[in-house]
Design a protein around this ligand. Sequence first.
Ligand SMILES: NC(=O)c1ccc[n+]([C@@H]2O[C@H](COP(=O)([O-])OP(=O)(O)OC[C@H]3O[C@@H](n4cnc5c(N)ncnc54)[C@H](OP(=O)(O)O)[C@@H]3O)[C@@H](O)[C@H]2O)c1
Length: 254
Amino acid sequence: MPAIINPMDLSGRHILVTGASAGIGRATAILAAKLGARVTITGRDQDRLAATLADLPGDGHRADAFDLSAIDAIPAWMKAAAQANGPFHGLAHCAGIQTLRPIRIFQADFFDEVMRTNLGASLALAKGLRQKGVKADRASLVYISSTAATASSPANVVYAAAKGGIIAATKGLSAELLPDAIRVNCVVPSIVMTELIERGFEKLNADQIAHLEKLQPLGFGHPDDVANAICFLISDAGRWITGTSMVVDGGRTA
Ligand SMILES: NC(=O)c1ccc[n+]([C@@H]2O[C@H](COP(=O)([O-])OP(=O)(O)OC[C@H]3O[C@@H](n4cnc5c(N)ncnc54)[C@H](OP(=O)(O)O)[C@@H]3O)[C@@H](O)[C@H]2O)c1
C-alpha cells in the first residue's frame, strides 16, 4: 500500500495561536495539534485557555496568557515564549475584537481600542516574529481580516478599517519579510458562529439575523471552516503562497 501523505502535516512544527481561548483561534489550535504541531496558545482568560489546552491532542503544548493590547510589549513577550518552547514555524493571529457602533457616536478612545487590538497587535506580532531566535528557519504568518473590509458593513466602520489595514499589511509585509523567510497571508471570513458574533446578534432582531444569513449562500460559517484555511496557509501545502488574502466567506462576496 502506498504511504499516505498529508500535505498539511505539521509534525515537528511549533505554532503560536493568538485568540486561542475562544472561537476561530481555539479551532485553529486544536486543528494544528491534530495535524501534529506543538502549539503555544494565548489569550487573556486563563480558565478558557486551560480549557483549550486540555483539548489539544499530543504533547508539548503550552498556554501563555497575554493582553495583546500592550503592543509595545509583544516582541519581548514573544522572545520569552520562544525561549520557553522553541522558535515558531507559524503564527496564526486569531485574536480580535468587534463592537458595532455607528459613526455618529465615534470617539477617539473607541478608535484607539479597536485599532490597537486588531491592527496594532498584528503589526507588533510581525515585528516580534522576525526577531532572532523567535522564528524557525522559515515561518508562516497568517492574519484574519474580515469581509467587513471588502463588503459594506454599516455601523462597523472602525472595525472594517482595521481589517482593511490587515489586508494592506499582508501585502506590504509579505515583501518586507521575504528576506526573513516569513510568508505572510490573511484569511477573509464572513460571519462565523462564535461568541464574537453571538454578542453582536444580541443587538439584532430575528429578521435582521435572517437577512444576514441570506447574504451568505452557504450559510453561516463554523470556526473549523476558517481553521482549515489557516492551517493550509501555515503548512507546507501553502509554501508557494505569500501576500494573499484568501476569502473564506460562504459566498458572501462571490
Ligand atoms: N466570527 C466571525 O464572524 C468573524 C468574521 C470575520 C473575522 N473575524 C475575526 O476572526 C478573529 C477571531 O474571531 P472570533 O469570532 O473567534 O472571536 P471570539 O470568539 O470573540 O474570540 C476572540 C479571541 O480574541 C482574544 N482576544 C481579544 N482581545 C484580546 C486581547 N486584548 N489580548 C489577547 N487576546 C484577546 C479572546 O481571548 P480572551 O477573551 O481570553 O482575551 C478570544 O480568544 C478576530 O480577529 C475577528 O475579528 C471573525
